[in-house]
Design a protein around this ligand. Structure first.
Ligand SMILES: NC(=O)c1ccc[n+]([C@@H]2O[C@H](COP(=O)([O-])OP(=O)(O)OC[C@H]3O[C@@H](n4cnc5c(N)ncnc54)[C@H](O)[C@@H]3O)[C@@H](O)[C@H]2O)c1
Length: 144
């Protein structure tokens, strides 16, 4: 895995992006509007600041991690992604539409994941061209 894509810049998408960026991965986050993306990145910054206050992260590490995050509203940004994790609103119709839009842009070997809490992974996978490369990846929302 070299390049990670995240769809949805809300509570979970921003947290997942934060974890990957802190671990050294370039991350691209997509959402429906620039304001959503700005709010997501602001939340990541706040979470990093909390980690700095607790002595778990340095200012330099925070800046480096933030520097690994890019954002946008266009799916063309995912053409080089090795893994794209969907963390958009919990709605099956919406998620299926997202996957249908996403897959034409992906490399054949790219893995697609959903952070859904309750929707069938099998049904979501069926909305893609790669059910064999589709996984459920349920991240926990915990206080940072
Ligand atoms: N919040 C939790 O505790 C938690 C825990 C585990 C899993 N989840 C799951 O994670 C997913 C996201 O939950 P959340 O709490 O982050 O929700 P949220 O409401 O905080 O964020 C959802 C984001 O999805 C974006 N979005 C909506 N439609 C979109 C589209 N068409 N394309 C791209 N982005 C779109 C919204 O603008 C918003 O920024 C859900 O499937 C949820 O069930 C949530």
């Amino acid at each position: 895995m070299n390049t990670i894509g995240i769809i949805g810049a809300g509570q979970m998408g921003s947290g997942i992006a934060q974890v990957f960026a802190a671990a050294g991965y370039p991350v691209h986050i997509l959402d429906i509007a620039d304001e959503k993306l700005a709010a997501g990145v602001a939340l990541i910054g706040k979470n990093f600041d909390r980690q700095i206050a607790r002595g778990k992260l340095s200012e330099a590490e925070k800046l480096a991690a933030l520097g690994r995050i890019t954002t946008g509203t266009q799916y063309t940004a995912f053409t080089q992604s090795d893994l794209v994790i969907e963390a958009a609103t919990e709605n099956e119709v919406l998620k299926r539409e997202i996957f249908k839009t996403l897959v034409p842009y992906l490399k054949p070997e790219a893995i697609v994941a959903s952070n859904t809490s309750s929707i069938s992974i099998t049904r979501l996978a069926a909305a893609t061209d790669r059910p064999g490369k589709f996984i459920g990846m349920h991240f926990m929302n915990r206080c940072r």
